[in-house]
Design a protein around this ligand. Structure first.
Ligand code: APR
Ligand code: ZN
Length: 235
């Protein structure tokens, strides 16, 4: 169980060119979100949803990690198991930056899931159309491994478990619309919030430190605070 939990959202990948969900030019505006990110939309038009995730998967191939991803990877390498890395993002930029054992609460763009046997497998940046069958049971009932609105999110239990031992919570780039990050901060001794602007869903008074600026400029400051925590037990 780690002492420092780094919990991230779409804002972490914004400067790498992956749009967030709720900012001005967010993902929602391009698509009626409930058509492509909800169970109802999935049941109504399977092909449209699979195409939506195919496009995002293809787009993510040419995206590179930014300084904030690299800072998180550096903290993970330097402090090992004392740091856990959990994200709401489905892109692979934390892995591209060198992070290991990232917990993706909402699934992963690069993975498909077999609806017959539940087998999960990485298809890189290919289209689901290039994958004829499940490598395990040969079924053709394959889907994106992304948690949609209206579906259970089984990985949340790992987040709650980690929180029981977390002393320093670092939150980067999430509006708190889905995860009650300020509630999590109220359980931990110290906490850091980095967003571009205030979010109506987050009571930032709860956090020990707040940085309302781009993740790439906040990253060195957050790194110093994490190192200070490990040196002194305080931030
Ligand atoms: N640096 C730091 N923070 C940023 C940056 C940036 N460059 N750009 C945007 N942000 C912040 C915004 O201030 C906002 O608070 O990132 C946050 C993005 O919020 P959302 O778009 O709501 O994304 P997120 O919180 O990750 O959404 C959570 O909702 O739709 C579901 O499953 C989806 O995982 C997603 C979840
Ligand atoms: Zn299968």
């Amino acid at each position: 169980m780690s002492k420092v939990l780094i919990l991230t959202g779409a804002g972490l990948s914004a400067e790498s060119g992956i749009r967030t969900f709720r900012d001005s030019n967010g993902l929602w505006e391009e698509h009626d979100v409930m058509e492509v990110c909800s169970v109802e939309g999935w049941l109504r038009d399977r092909e449209k949803v699979l195409h939506f995730y195919d496009m995002r998967r293809k787009d993510s191939e040419h995206k590179d990690p930014n300084a904030a991803h690299f800072m998180i990877a550096e903290m993970g390498h330097k402090f090992g198991k004392e740091v856990s890395i959990i994200t709401q993002n489905v892109d692979d930029l934390l892995e591209k930056a060198g992070c290991e054992n990232v917990i993706h609460l909402h699934g992963k763009l690069r993975e498909l899931r077999c609806e017959m046997c539940g087998h999960l497998f990485d298809i890189g940046y290919r289209s689901i159309k290039d994958i004829p069958e499940c490598p395990s049971c040969k079924s053709q009932a394959l889907r994106h491994h992304i948690v949609m609105f209206g579906e259970p999110a089984p990985f949340y239990q790992k987040l709650y478990n980690e929180l029981t031992s977390t002393e320093l919570l670092v939150v980067i780039g999430t509006s708190g619309e889905v995860l009650p990050v300020d509630q999590f901060a109220s359980y931990t001794k110290y906490s850091i919030l980095n967003n571009l602007e205030h979010s109506m869903a987050i009571n930032h008074m709860i956090f020990t430190h707040t940085f309302y600026e781009k993740a790439t400029t906040a990253a060195p400051k957050i790194k110093k605070l994490i190192e200070k925590y490990f040196e002194t037990g305080k931030v």
